[in-house]
Design a binder for this molecule. Structure first.
Ligand code: PMP
Length: 317
């Protein structure tokens, strides 16, 4: 290996042992929390920079700017540190304090914006866009950049096909940018056209209704980080998605807690959302093969969150 970036990808795919053991289909989880930056986002951080360097639009010493829930920022910080770029991350206020601290420790400049809707100039994506234009920084733009979808087709999806080694019944994932679900769907559907692609969406996000009807659902609040939206992102390809499951915060966090305590998988809240949805899909009788999902990030991003404080009540003195 030449740098830590060579350790990105080729993550384990393992069957759940306890959760869903009574169900007719196996659930296989792709351990993206084991990437060097602790999330699925390392893949696209490296791919976007590789692509921009190859096209000659990014040169050493330049500044990268990204609107990020945190994980893409960590991935980009690893790339920036190993390749000699500056990094600015624009992050909505709702994201955990742990993520801010991690990014600042990695040498990134962190700009916190209000929790504003996509139509507002204060929205984190709009702030990043404006700064990129104003300062001449390179916008990695995970929400629009097609490299995001392509890298998941070429790596995450291809690895899943190889690791399953046979038919895939369903692939289940939440969507932040949509890169993971769209890219994996492309690869899996090409190999196994009968595979069902299911969006795991937080209650309060409008994307589940959009998948079902083409109309975005009402905008509500929820605490799971990194997934769901009140506006479909460009990298979420609706035509590849067959159905959606709505998962409440309580169900997501309880499932994440069980993944940690009962499966030894040290994951964050959106892994709980994905596995809760996968459990529903694995109970369906129209699924032919294992149900595959991703564990997008690591629990260490969430130690300060309210939902994780509640786990500590089990400590007796
Ligand atoms: N979970 C978490 C914790 C994330 O940070 C993200 C990315 N925003 C996702 C899931 C969703 O990944 P994608 O952007 O590929 O849809």
């Amino acid at each position: 290996m030449r740098s830590i970036l060579d350790a990105i990808g080729d993550t384990p795919l393992i069957p759940l042992r306890v959760l869903g053991r009574e169900l007719p289909r196996r659930i296989l989880v792709k351990c993206e929390h084991l990437n060097p930056g602790g999330s699925v986002k390392d893949r696209l951080a490296k791919a976007i920079v590789d692509d921009a360097e190859a096209r000659g639009v990014l040169r050493p010493g330049m500044t990268l700017i990204e609107a990020t829930a945190g994980n893409t920022g960590v991935g980009l910080a690893l790339v920036a540190a190993t390749r000699g770029y500056e990094l600015v991350c624009v992050m909505p206020e709702k994201m955990s304090v742990d993520k801010r601290r991690v990014l600042a420790s990695l040498g990134a400049e962190v700009i916190i914006t209000a929790n504003a809707p996509p139509t507002s100039p204060q929205n984190f994506q709009n702030v990043a866009k404006a700064l990129a234009a104003e300062r001449g920084w390179f916008a990695t733009d995970q929400f629009q950049n097609p490299v995001n979808v392509q890298i998941h087709a070429d790596t995450t999806g291809a690895e899943i096909l190889r690791q399953v080694g046979g038919p895939v019944g369903a692939f289940v994932a939440g969507a932040g940018t949509g890169g993971t679900i769209s890219g994996v769907a492309l690869a899996v559907k090409q190999a196994w056209p009968a595979a069902r692609i299911v969006l795991a969406d937080p209650v309060g996000s409008g994307l589940a209704s959009w998948v079902e009807t083409g109309e975005v659902g009402p905008d509500g609040s929820y605490a799971v980080e990194g997934i769901g939206s009140s506006q479909p992102p460009a990298n979420l390809h609706r035509e590849l998605i067959d159905s959606a499951e709505r998962i409440s915060d309580d169900e997501s966090f309880e499932t994440a807690r069980r993944l940690v305590a009962e499966e030894g998988l040290l994951v964050g809240g959106s892994a709980g959302t994905n596995v809760a949805a996968a459990l529903r899909v694995a109970a369906r009788d129209d699924i032919d093969g294992p149900v595959v999902t991703v564990l997008p990030d690591s629990w260490d991003r969430y130690f300060s969150t309210q939902w994780m404080q509640d786990w500590g009540r089990r400590i007796r003195k």
